[in-house]
Design a protein around this ligand. Sequence first.
Ligand code: ATP
Ligand code: MG
Length: 255
Amino acid sequence: MSNQQPILQLRGISKSFGFVQAVKNVNWEVYPGEVHALVGDNGAGKSTLIKMICGALLPDSGEILVKGANARIAEPVDAFRLGIAPVYQDLALVEGRDVVMNMFLGDELTHGPFNLFLDHKRMAIETQRVLDEIHSRIPNVREYVRRLSGGQRQAVAVGRALIRGGEVIIMDEPTAALGVEQTREVLNLIETLRSRGKTVIFISHNILQVLQVTNRISVMFHGEMVGTRKTSETNEDEIVGMIVGTKRDVLAAQE
Ligand SMILES: Nc1ncnc2c1ncn2[C@@H]1O[C@H](COP(=O)(O)OP(=O)(O)OP(=O)(O)O)[C@@H](O)[C@H]1O
Ligand SMILES: [Mg+2]
């Protein structure tokens, strides 16, 4: 994998909030077509790191390269243009609209003179195509989002990312609030994205899920990137050790 060009590369990325150094001089590579986990304890800096990749936050220093080229990601639209598509924890779906309208929110297809009319038919067809592509089990694209399960909402959010040309799909704790069945749906969704050649960054506290669906696992600790392991060459003990290990060393030093 290392002789391939990374689809995403971070060099010396740092971010502070006042006196809190949330992300410290992070170097990181993500390769095309892999499912790459980002793990670490609460407050380790995972969300801050991916917000910088997605243009929701500006780094204090460092650079981001996409497909080998220096990328200027100042706002979310810059990231989208480069194919980087976040699926946020809160999903940002509109409860009182149907699946189709949520898919195209703010980016609706139009037709007719001066593109004055919403092209409901084409949007519905496109929505169904994308949902089929990710094997989603939403029975009716005209269903209101408020009636959908957590797993189905996740599928709508991922579909929305794909419809906008997302190549790198970033999922920040997509299974955190879900039950067993819905969690399985989301893990299947990640598998499907991989089989479609998409790159997935999967943030999770659930090490077993991470071991189940990823190709590689990166661990953050107190804002630093402490290491990356191939999933096939590591295990729960090693990853948990990396997540808490340094902390143990710090505690030991204080005794
Ligand atoms: N907008 C902000 N303002 C001030 N401090 C922040 C802000 N966002 C994050 N932080 C701080 O930065 C550090 C890293 O937070 P971050 O949310 O990136 O961690 P995380 O690894 O995503 O944690 P979790 O697993 O709990 O989601 C924490 O100390 C947090 O309190
Ligand atoms: Mg977080």
